[in-house]
Ligand binder design. Structure first.
Ligand code: GUN
Length: 297
């Protein structure tokens, strides 16, 4: 392996440390803790794990965690009513409704009901619009975490060629907007892109967010490029009956060509919750009318 490892786990820990210090400062000034409400509908096992981890890390950072666990058969109207209550609750700075929602619930309707100034996931169209036009708002946690890792590794990103593989609303599209805001030359590639290996070979920065296990191969990568792997795919392991987590990047091959790469697990994954806590702290300051220096976090 020749590539440097980008240690998202360590970066996320230090980010959570800074959030914790600033959360204590917020509490001293506002007379209350910053608060994050998380809504989980149903019993998806992966979602249960995320929600448990979010709750633990929120409390560990000195913020208040409000968990709302609803049965899978909850009516859409009841979920919307809960979101409205959280919108009106002054103890709640950030609201996160865990996705995916059961099929009888319209996800877009639920997201549209969240007050954009409490939308710490950055999924509301108002926040997508703010990101697109360069106004302050909330940016989805995973892509923001990717940019933090890139800035930490590369410094100024201006002029770099960036290729984002994947065009989801949660990762690909906001990722492209963030890289554009960093003055990269940005290409969004997707399942219909012609000559994907040729497109990726131009990139100084590759962000793989396609949801396909180990699709990005060593001969797609320009030597020295920085590779960010957003994929989390569970595949059969060598040992019969076992599974393992792999990214969207063929790590063994690509790490012989790239200049730097995020591992899976331990790369982008741990950043998501750390950025969520960061967004919640920013929301708390805005909601309380308190200053938070732009470069504080
Ligand atoms: N499901 C998987 N990741 C996320 C996330 O970042 N936010 C929400 N709301 N749901 C998710």
């Amino acid at each position: 392996m020749t590539a440097a490892l980008i240690d998202g786990k360590a970066f996320a820990e230090s980010l959570r440390g800074r959030v914790g210090e600033l959360a204590a400062g917020f509490q001293a000034k506002a007379g209350r803790k910053a608060g994050l409400a998380v809504v989980l509908v149903g019993e998806d096992p992966a979602s249960q794990v995320y929600v448990r981890n979010k709750g633990k890390q929120t409390v560990a950072c000195g913020m208040a965690s409000f968990e709302h666990k609803l049965p899978a058969e909850t009516a859409e109207a009841d979920l919307l009513a809960l979101v409205e209550r959280l919108n009106a609750d002054p103890a709640v700075d950030g609201i996160l409704v865990q996705l995916p929602l059961p099929p009888h619930v319209d996800e877009q309707k639920v997201i549209a009901t969240i007050n954009p100034d409490k939308d710490v996931d950055g999924f509301h169209v108002v926040n997508a619009g703010r990101l697109a036009v360069g106004q302050a708002g909330f940016v989805p946690c995973t892509p923001l975490g990717c940019v933090m890792l890139l800035r930490d590794r590369l410094g100024d990103l201006a002029g770099l060629e960036a290729v984002v593989i994947g065009r989801s609303n949660i990762v690909g599209k906001p990722m492209a907007q963030l890289l554009l805001a960093q003055s990269c030359t940005v290409t969004i590639a997707h399942s219909r892109t012609r000559d994907l290996p040729g497109v990726v070979r131009r990139a100084d920065i590759v962000v793989a967010a396609a949801g396909r296990a180990e699709m990005v191969k060593a001969d797609w990568i320009k030597p020295g490029a920085t590779v960010i792997d957003v994929g989390i795919n569970r595949v059969p392991a060598a040992e019969a009956g076992k599974t393992k987590l792999v990214g969207d990047v063929d790590f063994a091959g690509v790490s012989e060509v790239a200049g730097a790469i995020t591992p899976v697990p331990g790369g982008v994954g741990p950043m998501t919750i750390a950025v969520l806590l960061r967004n919640t702290l920013v929301a708390a300051h805005r909601n309380a009318g308190l200053e938070l220096a732009a470069d504080a976090i």
